[in-house]
Design a protein around this ligand. Structure first.
Ligand code: NAD
Ligand code: UDP
Length: 320
């Protein structure tokens, strides 16, 4: 069935891949973005497709659109991006969610929230299960993102319970791939950029902290699957790749695939940096029949191939 689908943050890293897939599937897609952390080039190849429309808009302000589904992806996601203007970040999660839930309520649309593993903070439970309530420092430098996303989940569930809005919540764990902003400061994009330039690879702390990296294709698959599940399963559901790596292991893989001579250098660990992170994806397997397929080495190779094609000086830092 052809649907009218709104993707907020649709010009971003994940949003642009999602738009591309939905356009290819024949849906009428509206991409809404304020280009805070993204470039128009991410969706330029879609502009001449008759079923794609791009609107520059900030979701902290109301908008009136007629749609069947909303993917609420808008929010700066990299620590350097969301800490650049922390008040704007929390407004994007809170006011933005209220505005998009308002669209869904008015239209009777289904709405999916791109939540995050950051709702678990620096977790005491490992691997993280959905029933774990998290350990977030509410006054720390990551709180604007973590707490904003937590409030967004609350809003989604309250609109669901009080107003019958048809919601879905996915908790996304670290995801990487082509179209990551080369200066977003996230670990995969930073290490690849540094390795290709022959610069030192900046390991924060001693590099023993862990993350589990999901390739963008696996992620787009499961987000669409979650949106279209008709079993009344609203989530929240963890989505990510459960294979865990230390940051030092990631650096070594990136250097090896890039064939780079870069050296590892240690830099201070930012405050509240989670020590360990790995999703328990049992619920996604059970309810959505999903598990990731792309191993890190394969996804990294594709991401590195893409980084080789871009000119990093074309990418600007975020603007307010
Ligand atoms: P991204 O920064 O590439 O994309 C976010 C997009 O939202 C950008 O295009 C940005 O310009 C836009 N945006 C930001 N504030 C906005 C506003 N107020 N109004 C309109 N547009 C706005 O990041 P991403 O990695 O593609 O993340 C997409 C979503 O997935 C985010 O909500 C993020 O929190 C979530 N997520 C991503 C990851 C990951 O590892 N990539 C992990 C957990 C959650
Ligand atoms: N990191 C690092 N060097 C960098 C960037 C990040 O060692 O140049 C570390 C960071 O301290 C964290 C991990 O890599 O422990 C993942 O960081 P990222 O910003 O990608 O995402 P997070 O999962 O922390 O939101």
């Amino acid at each position: 069935m052809i649907r009218r689908i709104l993707v907020t943050g649709g010009a971003g890293f994940l949003g642009s891949h999602l738009c591309e897939r939905l356009v290819d599937d024949g849906h009428d897609v509206i991409c809404l973005d304020n280009f805070f952390t993204s470039q128009k080039t991410n969706v330029a190849h879609l502009l001449d497709r008759p079923n794609f429309e791009l609107i520059r808009h900030d979701i902290t302000l109301p908008i009136y659109l007629e749609v069947d589904q909303v993917y609420n992806m808008a929010c700066p996601a990299a620590p350097g991006h969301y800490q650049y203007n922390p008040i704007k970040t929390i407004k994007t999660s809170v006011l933005g969610s209220i505005n998009m839930l308002g669209v869904a309520k008015r239209c009777g649309a289904r709405i999916l929230q791109a939540s995050t593993s950051e709702v678990y903070g620096d977790p005491e439970v490992h691997p993280q299960v959905e029933s774990y309530r998290g350990s977030v420092n509410p006054i720390g430098i990551r709180a604007c993102y973590d707490e904003g996303k937590r409030v967004a989940e609350t809003l989604f569930m309250d609109y669901h319970r009080s107003n019958n809005v048809d919601v879905r919540i996915v908790r996304i764990f670290n995801t990487y791939g082509p179209r990551m902003h080369p200066y977003d400061g996230r670990v995969v994009s930073t290490f690849i950029r540094q390795a290709l330039a022959g610069e030192n690879i900046t390991i924060f702390g001693d590099g023993s902290q862990t993350r589990s990296f999901c390739y963008r294709d696996d992620l787009v698959d499961v987000i669409i699957r979650m949106m279209n599940n008709e079993d009344g399963f609203v989530g929240p559901v963890n989505i990510g790749n459960p294979v865990e790596f230390t940051i030092r292991e990631l650096a070594e893989q990136v250097i090896q695939i890039c064939g780079s001579g870069s050296k590892l250098v240690e830099r201070p660990l930012p405050s509240d940096d989670p020590t360990r992170r790995r999703p328990d994806i049992s619920l996604a397997k059970e309810k959505l029949g999903w598990e990731p397929k792309v191993p890190l080495a394969v996804g990294l190779q594709q991401t590195i191939d893409w980084f080789r094609t871009i000119n990093v000086s074309d990418y600007r830092p975020p603007t307010p």
